[in-house]
Design a protein around this ligand. Structure first.
Ligand code: PMV
Length: 329
């Protein structure tokens, strides 16, 4: 028996970093996916094949070069640790000791801040659970995905595995989520070409927070309030144009606050300003920062903004919000 599962990448629309301090955040799944095929092995061994990352001893065959930017050993090894922990947790949950083979292919750039690790963890949990006959809800799978992140990263709010398992738009706070009404967001994601190590960035913000609480607490508080405002806007009965314009304004404020936390870089700021100059209503970092990605809200201007991001030295991805979270076939 073989089971195929897939899970989407995500963008954090508002509230990265402050979510680690118990504030809310809003994230959306996007239409890049990681696919995991799982099958039983009767020799009791665990085998992981990754078709998109170069690691000695693993099969390498992925070639979607336009969305695959980096393939280095460190990142590949990191992906493997998420897969290993995910398999172990499901075996433990099912109370079974059996050999499993998982094969991974992915459209999600690794280490770009688009949640590739969470997507691979969620797809692996979904595939292996079904293979072992374990009935888990998406919420339970999201919780196991959060456990995987905690085991591999140390600190994590759990927002990435939750949005990857659930799909669509979610409002997330302290391990709980709420689905927000679906809306089409004309966004462009811009990749800086380098990755931001989430674990180190979260630790760096924590040091600043502990060193200067009198400055950092109000910034985190402001981020929390900003997310509440964004949620009110998303759920309000407003004219679409006005809604997008106001959301853009909130994105710009959120970017400024993230810059104040110290997680922006010259390249991220260049892409953000290039997008705004080309007509985006708003642009900000998405994810941990320190490299990785920004995103811009650009109704009617997606191709202009994509070009501006390219000229500024980034790699643009015109993408859609995905309603679908984990899919198990
Ligand atoms: O690096 P990403 O895109 O997975 O973003 C992580 C988001 C943070 O808020 C920085 C960390 C977290 O665990 O929520």
């Amino acid at each position: 028996m073989r089971v195929l599962a897939s899970a989407p990448a995500k963008v954090i629309l508002f509230g990265e970093h402050s979510v680690v301090y118990g504030k809310p955040a809003i994230a959306a799944a996007i239409d890049l996916r990681t696919f995991v095929e799982a099958e039983l092995r009767d020799d009791g061994r665990i085998r992981i094949e990754a078709h998109d990352i170069k690691v000695p001893g693993l099969t390498v065959s992925f070639s979607e070069s336009e969305i695959y930017f980096e393939t280095d050993y460190g990142k590949a090894a990191e992906v493997l640790s998420y897969v290993r922990e995910a398999i172990n947790l499901v075996l433990e949950e099912a109370g079974k000791k059996t050999g499993v083979k998982v094969s991974i292919t992915s459209q999600i750039p690794v280490g770009a801040g688009l949640g590739s690790s969470a997507a691979v963890a969620i797809a692996t949990i979904g595939a292996v659970a079904k293979l072992l006959g374990l009935e888990l809800t998406r919420e339970e799978i999201a919780k196991l995905g959060h456990k995987v992140e905690l085991l591999v990263q140390g600190a994590s709010s759990g927002i990435d595995p939750t949005v990857s398992a659930i799909g669509g738009f979610i409002y997330y706070e302290k391990g709980r989520f709420e689905n927000l009404p679906f809306m089409e967001l004309p966004i462009v994601v811009g990749y800086t070409g380098s990755s931001g190590p989430t674990k180190e960035l979260v630790a760096m913000v924590r040091r600043r927070y502990e060193d200067m609480p009198e400055l950092m607490v109000p910034i985190i508080e402001a981020m929390g309030k900003l997310v509440e405002k964004a949620r009110d806007l998303i759920t309000a009965e407003l004219d679409e144009e006005e809604k997008l314009r106001k959301l853009g304004e909130l994105m710009n404020i959120n970017h400024g606050l993230l810059d104040a936390l110290g997680v922006s870089t010259k390249k991220l700021s260049e892409l953000v300003y290039a997008a705004r100059t080309a007509g985006a209503l708003g642009a900000k970092i998405t994810g941990a920062g320190g490299g990785g990605c920004m995103y811009a809200l650009a109704p009617g201007k997606q191709s202009e903004v994509a070009t501006a991001i390219t000229i500024a030295g980034g790699t643009p991805m015109v993408t859609q919000i995905s309603r679908e979270g984990l899919r198990v076939e």
